[in-house]
Design a binder for this molecule. Structure first.
Ligand code: ZN
Length: 246
């Protein structure tokens, strides 16, 4: 039968496994949320890029449209000019002249508009190219982050199974009385039945223990429970790394 001192050493192993489990479960909870956020960020970038691209296409369409009107009106002017010799009356001549002036002013107006559109297209193309490069870089970074998080999830799942199994293998080492108490507290608490004491503070419920009690806990040779949360108090230095990441 184990002594209280031995029990406590196993309890320390158990609580450390519990902390590792908590850490892994935290990863399994948080990483999918982070991954979702990244997917949304990528979507926003792609949409912004798409929007700029659509805008450019719209301006290019306007360019084609203006080109065709200008061409059409220019053709009309050319055609009108060939009619000059067949004009019989002054009135007809004036009408003819007006018509040409009107068409010429339309061409001029559209050409001016075209000038602005071409400038916009030029600017738009430069912007799109810069933005597209920027989006690529940002997307690549986000994809990398995402794959790291996914890898972390996979590893955590595997580790979780292993740690749970290791925990099960520690349990038989506890004395029967402590094992039963441990199980009872665990059933009541859900997460862990044991808490480390950091300074004078129970790490299960973060309540401060009286100094004398804390002193006794640190000796690790007597089963003492936290008067606030009911967990078995143990002591081990926290500075040691909980787990080596694989
Ligand atoms: Zn407590």
């Amino acid at each position: 039968m184990s002594s209280a001192k031995e029990d406590i050493q196993y309890l320390i192993e158990l609580v450390r496994k519990d902390l590792m489990i908590k850490e892994k479960k935290n990863i399994l909870y948080l990483n999918p949320l982070k991954i979702k956020e990244i997917v949304e960020k990528i979507l926003v970038l792609e949409e912004a890029l798409n929007e700029k691209d659509e805008l450019l296409k719209k301006m290019e369409k306007e360019e084609r449209h203006l080109n065709s009107i200008i061409e059409e009106d220019s053709d009309k002017i050319q055609k009108k000019k060939t009619e000059e010799n067949s004009i019989k009356t002054n009135a007809a001549y004036q009408a003819w002249e007006h018509e040409i002036q009107y068409l010429a002013s339309k061409v001029e107006m559209h050409e001016e508009r075209m000038f602005g559109v071409l400038e916009e297209i030029d600017k738009g193309k430069k912007e799109l190219s810069l933005f597209s490069d920027d989006v690529e870089v940002r997307k690549e970074k986000l994809m990398l982050e995402k794959s790291e998080l996914e890898k972390d999830v996979e590893n955590s799942k595997k580790r979780l199974d292993i740690i749970e199994d290791e925990k099960l293998r520690i349990l038989p080492h506890l004395s029967e009385k402590i094992r039963k108490e441990y199980q009872k507290i665990l059933n009541a608490k859900g997460d862990t039945a044991i808490a480390n004491l950091s300074g004078d503070v129970c790490q299960g419920c973060f309540s401060r223990m009286p100094p004398q009690k804390a002193h006794e806990v640190r000796r690790n040779n007597k089963i003492i429970t936290c008067e606030f949360c009911g967990r078995i108090l143990v002591y081990y230095p926290e500075k040691e790394k909980i787990e080596n990441h694989e």
